[in-house]
Design a binder for this molecule. Structure first.
Ligand SMILES: NC(=O)c1ccc[n+]([C@@H]2O[C@H](COP(=O)([O-])OP(=O)(O)OC[C@H]3O[C@@H](n4cnc5c(N)ncnc54)[C@H](OP(=O)(O)O)[C@@H]3O)[C@@H](O)[C@H]2O)c1
Length: 291
């Protein structure tokens, strides 16, 4: 049996849809019954309630499980959540965890300089030392983060992408590509002890990304390189919690320090997944970009 955690989130829900599309049965962990309702009627998905931070709540979830795809949120005590979960899995006799990790694709990127990647590295090390078999799946920035409503997405009303990252280039990846890779990885053997980095097929400046959104929607959008303090004020005015603003600020500082990004498509190729171009992602989501 395959167990997927974080199933109600952005990545997890796409991965669940892909498992269902391929007709592969799985078990999905949820902690909020309201959010799990989106999977009602999904064939082959066994929904089990549990909290990754409370091992005693995970007994039913771990029963008969041979491999876990471990996902949780970067915004919520990620290190504690995943390390407690790894210990609980080991005690329950689960032999293998695939960690849904994260990695920036920049030249000279220092994983210590941004909390998100620093925490993923910490959890990867913990999993590697746990005695369990492991694999790390490390996507770069998600294309879905450019959509309106995402923390760093376009402002659909103003037709603007407002970020303090200058001319830096990023190589975002479509979550639908990651979902295809994740399902292929969970269904096949021989991945233990390996790390799979993946980006999208192009390193784009924000100006170029916005040009592609304009082309896909037939509507002019523009990139506004706002100063960091201006962006913080926008976040504060929107009611965003302080700790989330702090993480984003650190991310922007890291991203504006460098200008290039590596494109890494080996993982797409290894799992025979066609890399989605940003323009095709934007065309698929044209309505959403218009708000
Ligand atoms: N953003 C990026 O560009 C990017 C790039 C690469 C990697 N990543 C990594 O990808 C991972 C997933 O991100 P995402 O944005 O897809 O996730 P997300 O939308 O924030 O969803 C997180 C999921 O984890 C669940 N969860 C959190 N704590 C839990 C707990 N204690 N017990 C049970 N479930 C719990 C949430 O459940 P609820 O529905 O109950 O809240 C939700 O289903 C993160 O680790 C992030 O660092 C992100």
């Amino acid at each position: 049996m395959i167990l997927v955690t974080g199933a109600t989130g952005l990545s997890g829900s796409a991965i669940l849809r892909e498992f269902t599309r391929q007709g592969v049965p799985l078990r999905a962990l949820f902690r909020n019954p309201h959010r799990a309702r989106q999977f009602e009627g999904f064939g082959g998905v066994e929904l089990v309630e549990g909290d990754m931070l409370r091992p005693e709540s995970l007994t039913a979830a771990f029963r008969g499980v041979e491999r876990v795809l471990m996902i949780s949120s970067a915004r919520e005590r990620m290190v504690e959540t995943q390390c407690v979960f790894i210990d609980a899995a080991r005690v329950a006799g689960v032999p293998y965890i695939v960690k849904y990790s994260g990695k920036e694709s920049g030249v000279g990127f220092d994983p210590d300089s941004f909390r998100g990647t620093r925490e993923h590295v910490q959890i990867e090390r913990y999993l590697e030392a746990s005695g369990l078999a492991w694999t790390h799946l490390r996507p770069s920035q998600f294309m879905q983060l450019y959509l309106p409503g995402a923390l760093t997405g376009v402002d659909a009303r103003r037709r603007e992408l407002r970020l303090p990252i200058g001319d830096s280039r990023l190589a975002p990846v479509d979550i639908e590509d990651i979902a295809k890779v994740a399902v292929a990885l969970m269904r096949s053997n021989g991945h233990e002890g390996k790390a799979y980095d993946m980006t999208g097929p192009e390193a784009l400046s924000m100006k170029e990304a916005v040009e592609q959104i304009s082309e896909a929607t037939g509507t002019a959008f523009r990139y506004v390189d706002v100063p960091p303090e201006g962006k913080v004020r926008e976040f504060e005015d929107s009611g965003m919690p302080g700790p989330v603003i702090q993480i984003l600020n650190e991310l922007f500082a890291e991203r504006s320090r460098r200008t290039e990004s590596h494109v890494r498509l080996e993982t797409h190729r290894a799992f025979d997944v066609e890399p989605t171009r940003f323009i095709d992602f934007a065309r698929r989501n044209a309505k959403a970009f218009l708000g």
